[in-house]
Design a protein around this ligand. Sequence first.
Ligand SMILES: C[S@@+](CC[C@H](N)C(=O)[O-])C[C@H]1O[C@@H](n2cnc3c(N)ncnc32)[C@H](O)[C@@H]1O
Length: 365
Amino acid sequence: MRWVKIVLVIKYLGSKRTLVPLLGALVEASGATTALDLFTGTTRVAQVMKRSGKTVTALDSATYSKVFADTWISLDATTVNQRELTDALAHLESLPGEAGYFTQSFCIDARYIQPFNGERVDAMREIIASDYAGSWLEAPLLTSLILAADRVDSTTGVQMAYLKNWSWRSAKPLELKDPGLIDGHGDAFLGDALQLTAALPAVDIAYLDPPYNQHRYFGNYHVWESLVRWDKPETYGVANKRTDVRGDTHRSDFNSRKTMPAAIAKLLGDVNAETIVLSYNNESWLGREELIELCRHRGHVEVLDYEFKRYIGSQIGIYNRTGALVGEPGVRRNLEHLLLAGPKATLKRMIQATEHIEVRVAGEA
Ligand SMILES: C[S@@+](CC[C@H](N)C(=O)[O-])C[C@H]1O[C@@H](n2cnc3c(N)ncnc32)[C@H](O)[C@@H]1O
């Protein structure tokens, strides 16, 4: 099997960057031709599924994640006019900066990106809204803009705070890159997995990677949410979060100790797949044995455990603008569990396929 390196990466909490080769091998060995990536986030796992020829369904509740999935999963590189994308990226790159909502909210009132880059983000985002909204180019242009902004940000990877002093990378000029569309077929869905999963098309294999603690992605990545929605919301606090971060609308049942066990159980009942792979973590509210028990009704169960360095923000602490530590450094290692459930013969092939794969113990940022 040939693994294609994914060059465009984004800092994302819980991203399965280091597990991608392993997950790809598991999916391949299962013999699947159709695959679901629930909680797709950056779409890294869905991308590896699609690159190996599967027809992929990707779902997440974050609007920026839907944009990533529209770009890398729904679009088929063999059927679009690549020249149009190249020209549109060049057009955006040529625009002079013009300060607007993004610069004021995220570069001056808060300091995620330096103002000279924020002004270009504003100019590009306005043109995407006026010239490309509704066209096939909208998603790849937005994806390219988010990735470009991420490369020059001044955070430790989450947007609940920013560094006291500008990061070294924030001084570099923002540069749009081609996101690199992928050949093949797929579909992207935006919404709550608990409400949508039962109605998704049946697949051979499903990968489930829900959040495992109280930290909400909607608040952690509010800058990307606002950049994609371009609804220019009111904001609050030092981090300048959208005011709807405070409400209940964007709460996920997976972010609460009280609701999470029932949510996982419902998901495991709803997902229409012959084989499932569930990612979980020893910092979660459910233990390994409880998770195994929850998976049992789906067939045979196997567990693979991997040790990881924790997310970088937890290692160095998270600081606000005045330099005060707003997040404590925590335990540095965690265990990632991969629970496999399905037909015994399929699981046996999958486990065998992992034997030659080395999982690099690395940070997630
Ligand atoms: C651990 S991350 C997934 C990371 C992903 N596998 C990757 O490699 O990038 C969890 C994801 O679940 C999404 N999420 C949280 N609650 C959700 C819900 N109720 N329904 C769908 N997606 C949800 C978050 O937006 C986040 O992208």
